[in-house]
Design a protein around this ligand. Sequence first.
Ligand code: HSE
Length: 318
Amino acid sequence: MQAIQRIEPIFDREIEVICPATVANLVCGFDILGMALKDPSDSITMKLSREPGIRIQHTDAYQLPSDPAQNVAGAALLDLLQAVNEPVGIEISITKKIKPGSGLGSSAASSAGAVVGANYLLGNPFEGKDLVRFAMAGEKVASGVKHADNITPCILGGVTLIRSIFPLDIVQLAAPPLHVTVVHPQIEVRTSDARQILRKEVLLKDAIRQWGNIAGLVAGFLQSDYALIGRSLEDVIIEPVRSILIPGFDEVKKASREAGALGGGISGSGPSIFMLSKEAATASTIAGIMQDVFDSIGIDSKIYITEINNKGCEVIER
Ligand code: HSE
């Protein structure tokens, strides 16, 4: 990208960016579909500095690196600042409530929030698509691969489709109201490990089934067809491999569907599991069922009962 000439930096003002959790893949759409959630979310405070460089602080207990090149937010900001033809610096303080390694787009929330905040403080020189591109540098630090299925809904909100990553082609999908129940068993699955174990080839018959599900899911969202959404929430390629990393996964899925969930599966690379419901009451019932499964196998879990976040990262002036 060419250096941007026209920035209007706002110095001496601090902003807060609320960065939502996201559910990537949406079961059948590995690396291409994602959805932003209203809860949980991270908080980032930022301000510009006349002293070049990126200075990162953490106010949580996760001991994430503060060296910008090693930090997902820092790597994303380094990419953004390269496209800015002015020697500005950034002070950033990150408070994570989305636990790293949860499968809820923790790294994406940091890198997306950082570039959304920086863009605001620079006078909004960049479009959403540019911001997704910068934030992907953060995902590369986190998982070794540039993928945008968490970042895009985190920045833009709602449900998004990455039709292509090189070149970046993003489609925002309208979706009907949906209640989302997420259980986060307190075990860690590293995205890099969950990617490493995947087979590199797929059978044509599996690919055909997966194409049908992805197309069905997209059509279900666009037509507000809840039954079609439910039928399409099936993954014959990734889930059978990754679900072995999540004790209790099959029970959670079966019991949730029996209780009326439309369907669901692994959130991102796990270990969180999400379920979509049409009714709020079903979403609450499923929360109890999910926690019961993990209680019965002696694993602590955290529950979120939430909805789709259609705004994405939100900037608040302080
Ligand atoms: N699509 C990614 C994966 C999301 O499933 O590996 C996790 O970052």
